[in-house]
Design a protein around this ligand. Structure first.
Ligand code: SF4
Length: 116
């Protein structure tokens, strides 16, 4: 009787593992694709917080670090209408408001405007 239960338990665990592993792998991949890029694209002008228009518009490369009262959780360059996705490169794209300098998709500035 115990052998049957153990065998049944083993197969139940194996089945749960077969279902869970692909789900976990897919979820991990989803989060990985949402990760903020760490390396700016080579040879591109990259906006810097505290410099030029970046300073004027209070640009930050990590939206969650913004102290501006206009910032709302979930808003970032990646979903802003000024982020030129057609020219995106490794999680960065040029921003119209920052003179077409590249900004990270995780950034934010006070000219943020949600994509329609
Ligand atoms: S205007 Fe939009 S894309 Fe450009 S820095 Fe500000 S939030 Fe980012």
């Amino acid at each position: 009787m115990d052998d049957k239960l153990n065998r049944r338990s083993f197969f139940q665990l194996a089945l749960m593992g077969a279902v869970a592993v692909p789900f976990i792998a897919k979820t991990a991949k989803l989060f990985a694709s949402d990760a903020c890029p760490s390396t700016p694209p080579a040879g591109k002008a990259v906006a810097q917080a505290g410099e030029g228009m970046g300073k004027t518009l209070e640009y930050v490369s990590d939206a969650t670090s913004s102290k501006n009262i206009k910032y709302k959780a979930g808003n970032n360059c990646g979903n802003c209408k000024f982020y030129n996705t057609a020219k995106a490169d490794g999680g960065y794209a040029p921003c119209t408001m920052l003179g077409m300098k590249y900004v990270t998709n995780c950034g934010w500035c006070k000219s943020y405007s949600a994509k329609a």
